[in-house]
Design a protein around this ligand. Sequence first.
Ligand code: FE2
Length: 385
Amino acid sequence: VNIVDAPLAVVSPSGRELTVSWPDGGRSVFHAIWLRDNCPCAECRHEISGQRLLDTASIPQSISIASANVPNSVDSVEITWGGGHAGRFALDWLRQHAYTGAAGGEQEAGQTLWDARITERLPAATYSAVATSQIALRDSLAAVDELGFAVLHGVPIEPGQVLRVVELFGYVRETNYGRLFDVQSVVNPSNLAFTGLALGAHTDNPYREPTPSLQLLHCLSSSASGGENTLVDGFRVAAELRQTAPEAFDLLAWQPVRFTYRDEGTELTARTPLISVAPWGEITAVHFNNRSKAPLQINEALVEPFYAAYRAFARLLADPRFEIRLALAPGDLLIMDNLRVLHGRTGFSAAGRRHLQGCYADRDGLRSRLAVLNRSIRTEPAPTP
Ligand code: FE2
């Protein structure tokens, strides 16, 4: 490496900050206390697990940097703090963990909100590809992470296959419905899902805590006419509501609503706002299920405003501008982020048969698998520091 291209590390006069100027012109500031907290030396970090040994709370607030050197090799910077402790940071690591310019209040980086136009570029792959190719699997999992859903074609048309698909990236969330559940019309249904009725866009199981964050639906047969699946990006629609009807958005983001489910052996109940917003402003979840919403018991002054806000949100969720329709054929499987993407279906006839098998899983397993796959697959050229 040409020495002219070396990053420049400069300690502020107070010793409270280190500024690194990168060869590409970027600049990152690191606080003395932040660096001390992240010191990678063997005294501060366990060498095998990489977990922190240093007690963060024991670092004095007044800590400062005594010196910072970029030695001959330009791939690390050696810091000595006042008091004498020293540690060496890889410049790559600092670049990766730089926080200068970090903003709060935004949607998670890497999320892309979508509307009906996504029909032209559906995230789809074949089962045989994702079962045999790490890149194909990575791409499908990345789509679920970015868009909140992905479609697989050609999943073997056999009961239980939905569980094989989950095993590619995570763990089944077993519930009172079992490890998997059948969606087909039955006599004496305990749930409207088990009829031929149309179902408006909804998320599943808002009465469960925590609500399963992923749902898979595998189509085993679909000879009935109708029964098309609908999908809506709840985050996109919530963002629309926030912009066009901010009072309605605020009420739905603040007012908890109870959801319940009961059958002979089960009684589930949970309370949540329909739109979950993190304290930093990011929309993090949508819980919307008209079938299982319990009678409202909220401040009486808010009852009528709540219904107005609910209607505004529901109308946007049903707006064809935001909705896509998928006619699932036997062998098709949908993976959905159940806290983001709402699903529904059009009604279907009693003649013919429509049989789906579904199961629940969670985002954490999927994201872990995605991250581990990304470790070994490098599609981008390595960044030059
Ligand atoms: Fe559902």
